[in-house]
Ligand binder design. Sequence first.
Ligand SMILES: C[S@@+](CC[C@H](N)C(=O)[O-])C[C@H]1O[C@@H](n2cnc3c(N)ncnc32)[C@H](O)[C@@H]1O
Length: 263
Amino acid sequence: MTREIEEKLAKALTAETTELIPFLPYLLQDLWELGSKPRDIIRLIKKHMTISENTTFLDLACGKGAVSINIAKELGVNVYGFDLLPDFITYAKQKAEEWDVGALCHFIVGDVNEKVNTEKGYDCVIFGAVGDVLGEPRETLQKLSQTIKPGGFIIIDATYLPDDGSVGDLKWEYEYLHLGDWLRIFKELGLSLVEELADEEGYDCEYELSVMTRRANELIEKHQEKREMFEGYLQSQRKEMADLEFALLGGTWILRKGETEVG
Ligand SMILES: C[S@@+](CC[C@H](N)C(=O)[O-])C[C@H]1O[C@@H](n2cnc3c(N)ncnc32)[C@H](O)[C@@H]1O
């Protein structure tokens, strides 16, 4: 793994240092969903896509497979999920068996930066809560678009700054765009915004934070010398959660690729 890929991997999981990577599976062991909300994604798919047994989904940076497995279970379609962390892929495979969708779910360890060049012809690609692993927003959308058929769909988390300039005090270190900038990029790339599904009001991250805190404390017990790093991790989680709650707007977008290539 190159240094850059490692750094982005750490950042995608809200870790400030790559030294934390080996501990992430332990810290996140109590959570299955790691970012996007399977229910919201399924709602958008059912509303906007025509599904047949030949429809295929690509879930890039699929984490522990929560989204893919829910899609396979609910829609009876094949889903291909890739993630860089072998522990997450092992977990996803076990969970797919448990949910009786082992034959429909294809979970493979891999770097999404490579997969966007080799995986083609999908009906829908999902990129949920992965941040800038594929580059800047325009580059990310362009790479995702390569993996789907003309007329295919991209599902991605919508996170942007309010247009009225009321930018709160952003605490975590991503560079966010305004909605207008996103809309311009969609147009340049020949993508249309089909729907934005807003996040449910009052979503509570306390549970996630409490289980991560418990696991971080266990790690601090074992590795006293790394106390600062584990405490820093919890701090970053709180910052990111605060940004999502107070400074940013968002939800989930479903975009459609035009029938002719642009961009
Ligand atoms: C916040 S999690 C989101 C997981 C999943 N998409 C979801 O919404 O539940 C970010 C994921 O990105 C994965 N990741 C980061 N960089 C990656 C890369 N270059 N290739 C594949 N996966 C990567 C991490 O291992 C992690 O599982």
